[in-house]
Design a protein around this ligand. Structure first.
Ligand code: SAH
Length: 223
């Protein structure tokens, strides 16, 4: 999978992509990412990409021209399965959406800023709009990182133990069961005995019961 990210702040991405699972996915050659500075596509001398909104409210709007130039340029090199705009009022990101995006070959993500982008970008250049939650961020950069992280770990071959993504919360409409590690006893707080029993069948049964119990308590809407 290849992801192109269009942003006003390309320099803030590398620390996230150069660590942990995203980095390993790139090293394995399963995933690649490129960051594109929208200012490089501005046609004016100041490299500006925003202007005042028609109608005269406060705040600035990202103009259509540089965004159009950038997307057209990228489309010369790749054909995209989706061109995504990160937007608070978009479709809410959940595990189901991440699963379906993880099957795609080429994705482009446009990060908004200021008051957002000229509506004609959304009407004509974008194929999908995704929100990471019902709150407003200052820009789409964090949202695009969240989208990338949640989908790249689902691409087959990225996680070393492939079943570990399958047992994550939401994969089967249940949240994850609790997990424990050494020591067996800490401050008098004990690991559940069943996990020490060595009986795989009983352990699996306990995990399923705990998953269901937690889902009922915390996310009853999933059931
Ligand atoms: N005025 C807009 C918010 C602009 S916030 C409104 O009220 O809807 C600036 C940019 O941050 C947006 O263009 C979008 O790209 C990004 N953004 C903010 N909140 C987001 C969220 N919850 N999910 C995804 N992107 C978000």
């Amino acid at each position: 999978m290849h992801i192109d990210i269009i942003t006003l702040f390309p320099e803030i991405f590398p620390p996230i992509f150069n660590h942990s699972i995203l980095k390993r996915a790139e090293q394995k050659g399963i995933f690649s990412v490129q960051f594109h500075n929208l200012r490089d596509y501005s046609t004016n001398n100041y490299h500006s990409v925003d202007d005042y909104p028609y109608g005269g409210e406060a705040g600035m709007v990202m103009q259509i021209e540089p965004i159009y130039n950038c997307i057209e340029d990228l489309k010369q090199k790749r054909s995209y399965d989706e061109i995504i705009y990160t937007s608070p009022d978009g479709e809410l990101l959940d595990q189901k959406l991440s699963n379906s995006l993880s099957l795609m070959e080429n994705i482009c993500i446009l990060c908004g800023h200021y008051k957002g982008v000229d509506e004609r970008v959304r009407q004509n250049l974008i194929t999908r709009e995704i929100s990471i939650g019902n709150y407003v961020l200052s820009g789409g950069e964090l949202a695009s990182m969240v989208i990338c992280d949640s989908i790249v770990r689902l691409i087959p071959g990225v996680l070393s133990d492939e079943t570990s993504a399958l047992s994550d919360s939401f994969q089967d409409n249940l949240v994850s069961h609790p997990v424990y590690s050494r020591p067996q006893s800490f401050n008098g707080w004990e690991v559940p005995k069943v996990l020490l029993s060595g009986n795989d069948k009983l352990i699996k049964q306990w995990q399923e019961e705990e998953s269901l119990k937690r889902t009922k308590q915390r996310r009853p809407n999933l059931l």
